[in-house]
Design a protein around this ligand. Sequence first.
Ligand SMILES: *Cc1c(COP(=O)(O)O)cnc(C)c1O
Length: 335
Amino acid sequence: MQLARFPRRRYTPGPTPIERMDHLSRHLGGADLYVKRDDLLGLTAGGNKTRKLEFLVADALARGADTLITVGAVQSNHCRLTAAAAVKEGMKCRLVLEQRVAGSYRPDASGNNFLFDLLGVEKITVVDAGEDLNAAMNKEMQALAAEGRTGYIVPGGGSNAIGSLGYVACAEEILQQGFDMGVAFDRVVVASGSGGTHAGLLVGFNSNSAGAPITGINVRRPSAEQTANIQALTAQIAENAGVAAVPPEAVVCRDEWVGPGYSLPTDEMVEAVRMFAALEGILLDPVYTGKAAAGLIGLVRAGEIARDERVLFIHTGGSPALYAYQEILRGGSTQ
Ligand SMILES: *Cc1c(COP(=O)(O)O)cnc(C)c1O
């Protein structure tokens, strides 16, 4: 694959580390667990959107944009990183925040919300769940045009055929690192939200005939819906990258760890966040990686992941959101 054909900005100097999680593996009695530290990617406080923004912002600049417009939840990591990319490029940033949980926006909230302000976001528009998000972003595009400025709409989560190239590239990075380490991963476990991470990895592994099954742990949608979304997105990414389509049956989504809904806490999430911190010194987040890690732990305990499997957990970032969930996470129960 020739990813070099696509314009790209660089926000991280090199590959993110892959670390072995010895204490967690021992605590669970297997499997052989590793973590890809994408929480250490570049831009403010890292996380998976940095990889997507390398391709999306390059596209925005090629189109002469001076302002990035995007959408996310009230504690959106994607919005934080889009704002950070704008700072890095000398651009402006406008956000549309969706209250996926009614009444969840508080202007004085901590976590990512506090960082939107520090990163100099020019304008925040808050909308309710179910409102037309594209219409809200298009309104900003038009307002900018009226001022002689040029906006660029970054899709929610950066998950389109351009942004997802970041995770096609990440799959190639993982294969190279596995080769250097002498480790052939049997399985990859990753959070599945807007889907660009999950789908990009699928396209990248498939186009390298790498065969590692990828288990997506849903953070929002039921599996039937998420599977269809990921299948559609892999088709778009593969077409854009000019590589083979991913077989539909390779798309595996699990919804047992979503709990009552997107961003709403579960006991398993609290346990996973506390376990990763106490055993590995790694900060997860309450919305995505806490639930994805709960899925990893649950699949190991249930024996669905075999004791001798070498498993790579993708740490997609998000730790700033921890500070907006302190009461829930403090002194929670953990075995
Ligand atoms: C956005 C996000 C995800 C989900 O990635 P998608 O590509 O949207 O599926 C996972 N973890 C964190 C921390 C995120 O911010």
